[in-house]
Design a protein around this ligand. Structure first.
Ligand SMILES: [Zn+2]
Length: 374
């Protein structure tokens, strides 16, 4: 008998909705901007410890000080507004206090000096930029093209996934350090003839090649995490999300994150394509990783038969029988097709997300989960 697909039911949560004039929007805006402003000021004060060398070479700290200026003033404005509207005042209070502390510490006019190199630092700059950018871009997209229109922005467990988002971004230099260390041990495995041949190819071809090689590695790495009994609990943390949106993909056990990132990084390094091709690939991969977890229903046209889309990856997160252990790929559907793990009922989306056996719901509980005897 064929499987009966069902419609997912998303209950309305009017008390969690953002409605103009209620003080909730201004409260969260003030807290959001105030918190980020304070973090930014700390990053300007202690750049050696709180910013990332790789990122510093990309952005202009002077331009970002202008962004910070607007962030701080808007946080004050929204903070005051919560008191005028007489609602969510604790959020306004938090936003105002954080911004006032940020002003007291020097605000947006902290002098910029040369930053001494540190082997390890916290990626506070990466966290701020990624969170600000992602919130604006992906929350807007999810409101414009939602799959589940009644799903609220601050859905259940958003705060848990936010903590995962922070950890993943703050630890970027640890991830880079692990990857770079492994790479430094593998010089013997590099083939300069292969690298010269690849670097002579057009950039677009190099990007495509990197994408397919990475997809192959990610496919088997992902499938191994699913199908090897002792590895599954590490990856199950990522699958414990029961509401999908752009933030949901952040949930991942740190051990799984380190293994996944360093495996791809090492393989691509050994391949030896142009740095420009790698940079383009990393950008595509990062955006795709967020998009495929999002509450997003965009008409992809024929692309949906080629690349991994939200619908495709949502099926990977489904707890329904026909979808278990399918759709492992990260970029294209190629390897799922090739190795028999493709599951894409075009007319349907999952009705249920998560793991068949429920995981602990706290950060510590999820961290310890793989180390406990089942
Ligand atoms: Zn998975």
């Amino acid at each position: 008998m064929s499987y009966q697909y069902q419609q997912r039911e998303v209950p309305k949560q009017p008390e969690k909705e953002f409605i103009l004039g209620k003080g909730r929007i201004s409260g969260y805006c003030s807290a959001f901007l105030g918190g980020l402003s304070l973090l930014a000021v700390l990053a300007y004060l202690f750049p050696a410890y709180l910013t990332t060398a790789e990122l510093r070479s990309v952005y202009d700290p002077q331009v970002l000080q202008q962004v910070l200026k607007y962030g701080m003033w808007f946080s004050l404005f929204f903070g005051v507004l919560t008191f005028v509207l007489n609602s969510h005042k604790w959020l306004g209070f938090f936003g105002l206090s954080a911004t006032l502390v940020a002003f007291a510490l020097g605000g947006y006019s902290i002098p910029l000096n040369d930053v001494p190199a540190q082997p390890l630092s916290l990626g506070v700059d990466w966290l701020i930029l990624a969170f600000l950018g992602s919130t604006i871009i992906f929350t807007s997209l999810e409101k414009l093209f939602p799959k589940y229109r009644d799903q609220v922005i601050l859905r259940d467990e958003w705060n848990l996934d936010f903590i995962y988002f922070c950890i993943n971004h703050l630890l970027i230099s640890v991830l880079l350090l692990v990857g770079n260390y492994i790479v430094s041990q593998l010089h013997w495995a590099m083939n300069s003839d292969l690298q010269a041949t690849l670097q002579a190819l057009p950039l677009a071809v190099q990007v495509l090649l990197v994408l397919i090689v990475a997809d192959f590695i990610l496919y088997w790495e992902h499938r191994t995490f699913h199908e090897v009994k002792h590895l599954w609990p590490f990856h199950a943390v990522h699958h414990s999300v029961e509401t999908m949106d752009w933030l949901a993909g952040s949930r991942s056990h740190i051990v799984a994150t380190i293994i996944e990132r360093s495996l791809v990084m090492v393989a691509l390094y050994l391949l030896g394509v142009d740095k420009a091709a790698l940079d383009i690939y990393v950008t595509i991969a990062a955006l795709q990783a967020i998009i495929i977890h999002s509450n997003l229903n965009i008409p992809w046209g024929p692309l949906k038969f080629i690349v991994v889309t939200p619908q495709y990856h949502h099926w990977h997160h489904s707890s329904e029988a026909p979808a278990i252990d399918t759709n492992y790929a990260a970029h294209t559907v190629l390897f799922d097709r090739l190795f028999g793990t493709y599951h894409m009922p075009i007319a349907h989306w999952p009705a249920h997300y998560g793991t068949t056996r429920r995981l602990p719901r706290t950060l510590i509980g999820q961290f310890l989960y793989p180390f406990k005897k089942s």
